[in-house]
Design a protein around this ligand. Structure first.
Ligand SMILES: [Mg+2]
Length: 258
């Protein structure tokens, strides 16, 4: 049974394109200024690192370039999400129709996460909100975040669906969760998508049906994993054989061949 869905926010649930353009421009300009390189070179560095790093968040890119992730956190605070995000009843409808626990996990500073969710009208749609605290580690960097989420909700990874638009930052298939990719991740090659994505959708509006389908797939897998061990379990097998043969005795292996 699926018990929990963990959502990325930006470009997964919400798509304020003009806001993203500003983030991208800020990122490029900051890296170019700090490293004394052209804007084009800065863009190249970001794209290269996003592909190469095991978890290709912008915070990780800033660390890898020696600028430091805190610089990026401060830069993000210059953007006011409330200017770009409007209430989105269709996304709220998607969240309302998924009747399991819901977690929002974003690399945004906590302040902006709250502003963006409120502006979109979905602040109350989650059981837990996880953003980047000032002075803390960005939550998407670490499997510790996921493990603490599993523990908090008392779920196993195979009971969890992760939903996001970037494979390396949002979809930790290696932890054993189910994964749904929204859109096309330009930083993931076809082989990575094949290995790490269970289902790919072009719109978040398709998610409720997909979560239901995953629930059915999970039950199917669960049944298949029980069947062989059922047959092998010594205490159970004789009874089954007795029932089948209807003679009340436990047949010896040699007699089974006759
Ligand atoms: Mg995203």
């Amino acid at each position: 049974m699926i018990k929990l869905v963990v959502f990325d926010l930006d470009e997964t649930l919400l798509n304020p394109v003009e806001m993203y353009k500003i983030y991208v421009a800020l990122r490029t300009a900051t890296i170019a200024a700090r490293l004394g390189i052209s804007l084009d070179k800065a863009r190249e560095k970001v794209a290269g690192l996003k592909r190469e790093l095991p978890i290709g968040t912008t915070e990780a890119v800033f660390d890898a370039l020696g600028i430091g992730k805190e610089v990026w956190r401060e830069k993000m605070l210059e953007v006011d999400p409330r200017k770009f995000v409007e209430p989105d009843p269709s996304v709220k409808g998607v969240l309302d129709s998924i009747n399991v626990s819901k977690v929002l996990l974003t690399g945004l500073p906590v302040e902006q996460m709250l502003e963006e969710l409120e502006a979109a009208g979905i602040l109350d749609s989650f059981d837990l909100l996880v953003g980047w605290e000032k002075g803390g580690e960005p939550p998407k960097h670490s499997s510790k975040t996921w493990e603490s989420i599993f523990a908090r909700f008392g779920v196993r990874p195979q009971e969890v669906v992760a939903v996001g638009n970037e494979v390396s930052t949002d979809l930790p298939k290696e932890l054993g969760v189910w994964t749904v990719l929204v859109g096309n991740d330009p930083f993931a090659d076809a082989d990575t998508i094949r290995k790490k994505v269970d289902i790919q959708i072009d719109s978040i509006l398709k998610l409720p049906a997909v979560v239901e389908k995953i629930g059915q797939m999970q039950e199917q897998q669960h049944a298949e994993s029980i069947e062989p061990s059922f047959g092998r379990a010594k205490g159970v097998q004789p009874n089954l054989l007795n029932l089948r043969r209807g003679n009340g005795t436990i047949p010896q292996p040699s007699k089974l061949k006759e």
